[in-house]
Design a protein. Structure first.
Length: 267
């Protein structure tokens, strides 16, 4: 799915609207089909219908459980990746103190630019083109930081044992900072296969259709249960979708993102 379209759909709650209208329509279609089958063929509810209903809604519950569990795990993983990136940036920034005083100001300025770019990544919503542009800028500034750190370490020549320890401390922390950024970038793109969402929507519609059909066969509407079923299903699927896309919906990672902003202010 196009990134801009996905953001538009989530921001305008089109998924919830589509589910409400679609499920209500399926209930009505099932009701009409059930009534006509009752009038034309004198159809009646068979004993196995409860088994069919239980199978359909059992499968629906299973798919919801799978998507919710996966979305929750990925949400926690994304939060951990943010904290890990903050930790690596902090360690790399503090390691600048090990360099000569004259080499520190330039590296500190580059680190501030680097953190500013990382903060832009956490803004929402962001088009995929903007993400690619910021990632390219991150590579450029990251290369400047790396070259600056390597040059600063080399100025300690001839390297003493203490200088060797300095190099062993600074360069790996900077490398870990870049790795954390890459992990975070990949983590933001991890989502369940579209087929799972298609199956979830399909089962919600089929369940609504079958429920409407049984009510039509019995010629007895139950508005309360119908409304409750639709509301609960829409709320649950919308919640899972928001957890899966925490930078586009109502659920977010703002509190964790603010930790990086606080660190930037302290630099």
């Amino acid at each position: 799915m196009n990134e801009a379209l996905r953001i538009y759909i989530i921001d305008h709650h089109l998924v919830a609207v589509t589910l409400i209208l679609g499920m209500a329509l399926m209930v009505e279609i099932g009701w009409q089909v059930g009534r006509r089958a009752k009038a034309k063929y004198n159809a009646s509810k068979i004993n196995a219908s409860d088994t069919f209903m239980a199978a359909i809604f059992g499968l629906l519950a299973l798919v919801i459980a799978i998507t919710f569990s996966g979305a929750s795990d990925r949400f926690d993983k994304r939060r951990d990746l943010i904290m890990n990136e903050l930790s690596t940036i902090s360690s790399a920034y503090l390691s600048i103190d090990l360099l000569k005083a004259e080499d520190q100001p330039k590296l500190r300025a580059l680190f501030k630019k680097y953190v500013d770019l990382r903060l832009q990544v956490y803004k929402k919503p962001m088009e995929i083109e903007d993400q690619a542009k910021i990632f390219q800028q991150r590579l450029e500034i990251g290369n400047e930081i790396w070259q600056g750190a390597v040059k600063a370490v080399k100025t300690m020549s001839p390297l003493s044992f203490a200088d060797t320890l300095v190099a062993a401390k600074i360069l790996p922390t900077i490398s870990a900072m870049f790795d954390a950024s890459d992990y975070q970038r990949v983590g933001m793109k991890m989502h369940p296969p579209p087929a799972l969402w298609v199956l979830l929507f399909l089962l919600a519609f089929v369940g609504s259709l079958v429920a409407g059909y049984i009510m039509g066969i019995e010629e007895r509407r139950d508005w309360l249960l119908t409304i409750v079923f639709i509301i609960v299903m829409v709320a649950t699927i919308s919640l899972v979708l928001d957890i899966e896309h925490p930078r586009d919906g109502m659920i977010n990672l703002d509190r964790v993102d603010q930790e990086i902003a606080h660190f930037r202010n302290s630099m």
